[in-house]
Design a protein around this ligand. Sequence first.
Ligand code: PLP
Length: 357
Amino acid sequence: MHTQPPGLYEAALPEDWPQPEALGFGQILGPYLVHAQHCAESGWHAPSVSARAALPVPMASAGLQYGFSVFEGLKAYRDASDRIHLFRPRDHARRLQHSAQRLVMPEPTEELFMTLCQLAVQVHARYVPPHGRGSLYLRPTLYAEEDALGFRPASRHRLAVAVTPCSDPVLRHNRLWAETELIRAAPGGIGAAKTGGNYAAGIAGQQRARQKGYDDVIWLDALTHRELAEAGTMNVFVQIGNEVLTPPLDGTILPGITRDSVLRLLRTEGVPVSEHRISLDELAAAGMAGQLGTAFGVGTAARLTMIDEISDGSTAIRFRDTGLATRLYDKLKQVQEGATHALREWRVAVPVPSSAD
Ligand SMILES: *Cc1c(COP(=O)(O)O)cnc(C)c1O
């Protein structure tokens, strides 16, 4: 079933290949999947490469039936010398292990994760946009694929990496709807695992936000519905006075790698930051006192999005542009694209023979 491509580095670009700025996000998928199977009896098998359409998921699998699927999202960039690197791949590997652990799925080793990601970039090297103009987004996904309906840990899983070339995200301004009825995650639940179930729980809130004329939803805590959690695909930061706050990793929010990068950049710049609960009432009070600065969401796909307003229908909180978000966006872009030597330990080179040029 698993056919190897004619040779590595051979995925040719489609005829109608657009400019990087027109790629958007997730529209065009690379032709190959790089994957490895796990069997309960024999452990992880060797990686292989297949045409994307050649890997069906059985309808009765626990992956489809019960949501046994955890994933990652990371990017490969070209630096100014045209070398390709992955951004913080080992941190993504470790997060995938934590997600797998929470759902009682086999944890891929860091080395297997790295091998699959490197191979996925290598066979799609031509899909990586030029320096500064976009990236190749990788979607490693671990799912249960045993063809059986019983509710128990599956005996066969697969870790597969799909890729999609995407534009460099522009710095957008969003207005967010603070959802006070629906919740995304609760203490003790799976909110900190990067798993499809959290997205399924969140889509109705996103729809409600859009129907009310907002760009996206911002989730609140499950108990009081007053404290900020996250924006569904982005972790959030707010500036009050000269301090920057972000909600703590209490198990109900996703521990974002971009969140961690931003914390590090802020600390490097000497900006006071703390991981602290942030209530809507506190934000409203800070707004009244003229203390409210900028707010923004961060994540791998969009990098950084400004939050202009958060409203729950009765209280509207408006943020000011203090220039901080733009500065962070630029800094993060530089670090991710290898345009600076700073934090180069976050970049892992992917060797690609020059035949891919
Ligand atoms: C992936 C994800 C994020 C952002 O995490 P990054 O590692 O920064 O990309 C935030 N929230 C949720 C629910 C996510 O799935």
